[in-house]
Design a protein around this ligand. Structure first.
Ligand code: HEC
Ligand code: HEC
Length: 327
């Protein structure tokens, strides 16, 4: 019995070896198709290489119902406010931060995201599905309301996120995930930041930070992201700005300048995020979170703007247990 099992595992490994061999034959420097793989290579579970992986182009989406959902999802990412005005109050869209349709590595990339959820989120203190993660960006980053998980729009967004995660094995992580950590932890100076903003940012984002139309999103004020967004934290904003701004000349600010202008931007008024004090319920709040939690004192808190009625209580709570909900 034991021998027979060993024999079938051997066959399976051989089968895998042939599949791996064929795939690698297409890649430059790969083995020619049909050449048997060495036993050790054949034993590898799957020949997936994070560095060699590339997301598919939108033009590769199939010409069927799924392809239509993927294209609608992409349209929602880039025209979020126009498409969902009842859910997004400001002048931002998903791709205001997830640049290049979520593909840019330095701007909280969404490539492979479908493969790394459900995931434990320490800010929430719970395991959450991808739909809840999307809704956190609706409620916090877009300072809007969550969209129903079973809505056509949510399914379209998820179809797009699954598409740009094509062939990434479930459970695989692909650094960078989220915004990259800044190489050096510096402290920003808001007075220096104000001058940097006037000279490098105001021509697109406006002297008052409110942006210009939907092409240039607000960086503070009622149309911008809420205090509960990762972007409202000095170090997180510094990373986004250091790597991606000014939009037409990224890489021209020093690390210190990025911290200074980030400190200035996050010190300005922005929409509140009700319930934020319940974040990081198990502790471990990062140093630059601008509001107080159970284990943290607010770091340079900005003035807050009350959110209009429908969006005031829109924060996504951690998933409730059915036993509890049914009680
Ligand atoms: C104000 C900027 C901003 C906007 C607008 C925004 N996001 Fe995000 N989003 C972020 C940041 C920053 C992170 C990563 C947080 C971190 O550092 O872990 C993130 C994380 C995510 C993640 C989880 C990524 C991962 O690797 O786990 C998803 C999914 C996501 N956003 C989807 C969306 C969608 C869909 C929209 C539009 C409905 C949107 N976001 C709008 C800033 C934004
Ligand atoms: C040439 C115009 C331009 C300049 C200059 C510029 N930005 Fe941006 N910025 C953009 C655009 C465009 C986006 C959104 C990208 C999109 O929607 O595709 C953006 C997005 C952002 C975001 C994330 C979205 C939001 O609204 O919060 C921040 C933060 C930001 N910029 C900060 C800055 C800072 C700070 C500077 C100066 C150092 C700066 N930008 C200079 C055009 C510009």
């Amino acid at each position: 019995m034991a021998m027979r099992r060993g024999w079938s595992v051997g066959l399976l490994a051989l089968g895998l070896g042939v599949v791996v061999g064929c795939g690698a034959g297409d890649a430059p420097g790969g083995r020619a198709a049909g050449v048997p793989a060495k036993a050790a290579e054949a034993a590898k579970p799957a020949g997936w290489d994070a560095k060699a992986w590339r997301p598919p182009a939108l033009a590769e989406a199939p010409n069927d119902s799924l392809g239509a959902a993927i294209r609608r999802g992409y349209a929602l990412m880039t025209a979020t406010q126009d498409s969902l005005p009842k859910y997004v109050g400001g002048n931002m869209r998903c791709t205001s931060c997830h640049l290049d349709g979520g593909l840019r590595a330095t701007a909280a990339p969404l490539t492979g995201v479908y493969a790394r959820f459900p995931k434990y989120m320490d800010r929430t203190g719970a395991v959450i599905p991808l739909e809840d993660r999307v809704n956190y960006c609706f409620t916090r980053s877009l300072a809007g309301s969550k969209i129903p998980t079973d809505s056509r729009e949510m399914q379209d967004l998820v179809a797009y996120l699954a598409f740009i995660s094509r062939d990434v094995p479930v459970g695989k992580h692909m650094p960078p995930e989220g915004l990259m950590a800044m190489p050096t932890k510096l402290v920003g100076d808001t007075a220096r930041g104000r001058a940097i903003f006037a000279g490098n940012c105001a021509r697109c984002h406006g002297v008052e930070g409110g942006g210009t139309g939907t092409a240039f999103p607000a960086v503070w004020g009622p149309k911008s992201f809420s205090i509960g967004a990762s972007m409202a934290r000095q170090e997180r904003a510094a990373s986004f700005i250091f790597h991606n701004m000014p939009f037409d000349k990224p890489g021209t600010l020093t690390e210190q300048q990025a911290f200074d202008v980030a400190a200035y931007v996050v010190s300005k008024p922005r929409p509140d995020s009700p319930g934020k004090e319940k974040d990081w319920p198990s502790g471990g709040t990062p140093y630059d979170v601008p509001y107080g939690t159970s284990d943290h004192k607010a770091y340079n808190p900005p003035p807050l703007i009350a959110r209009p009625g429908s969006r005031a209580a829109a924060i996504v709570p951690p998933p409730a247990g059915v036993a509890q909900a049914g009680r």
